[in-house]
Design a protein. Sequence first.
Length: 338
Amino acid sequence: MSAVQEAVTDAPAVEAVPKRALTLGTGTSLTVLAALILAPLFVKNFIIFQMTMLLVYGLAVLALNILTGGSGQFSLGQSAFYAVGAYTSAILMEHAGMNYALTLPIAGLICFIFGFLFGQPALRLSGVYLALATFALATAMPQLLKLGYIEHWTGGVQGLVVTKPDAPFGLPMSQDMWLYYFTLVITIAIYVFSVNLLKSRSGRAFMAIRDNEIAASAMGVDVALYKTLAFGVSAGITGVAGGLGAIAVQFVAPDGYTITLAIQLFVGMVVGGVGWLPGSIVGSAFIIFVPNIAEGISKGLSGAVFGVILFLVIFLVPHGARQVALVARHLLGKLKKS
């Protein structure tokens, strides 16, 4: 039996929903950060754009991870919050002439309120019933954005073109490179906030509700407040991601925020590892690059190829990238001892 096989066999069992937010070690974090900072210096603008979208979708997957991995609530409606954030930034930039950076906290705040209010009626639902309610929200959102009453602001079916910002202070870099670094700073800030949130008193309340709602209530946790708060925080982060996505793509349209996007984000969360925040980037990479790989294998059967790849990933690593990280850590530990 090889060393890798022994590591997989001897590795500790991975829980479907981890007890705490598992983060990367200091050395690994610094290595990943250095790679993210230096990579744009050696690639073309199109690759930089893809890397920007990698961070944007990573934020959206992270937000879903807080809701599902943190509080145990399933949602298929993240595309609705993503759309609200995208349209908020686009409308404020194009109709109000607001600076793109200032639109992001407003988009996050509006989506936080939207998510918190949506969480109120959702308190009576759980499991598949909650997932169905959020599915209905995601299905309805593209149609709502096409309404004639708000067409002047949203552009209706034709959508709204967004101006991509230039680098400030005369910095010698392209628009794509500047936007990438701008997105990277926001991603790091939200990631640090999310880790600290799940390690705080509120995060422990989220996880207590996730593990056993009745026991959490008996211990004095305000279940209704923290469940709606989880919805609000998740929606707020998703709104910021939507605003960044609108700025990066330079366009918003109702058909860009269908239920397909919500399902992609859910797939990204599962592939990255439910409840493991660093896995959000891995899940984001999967939903961005694997469809392109599948299309390269067979354009006519790209959907089938993607399905086969997804099935193999779930079959081989049912707990996502978190399981791979634990096995790798266990293997390195055995190699050091030997």
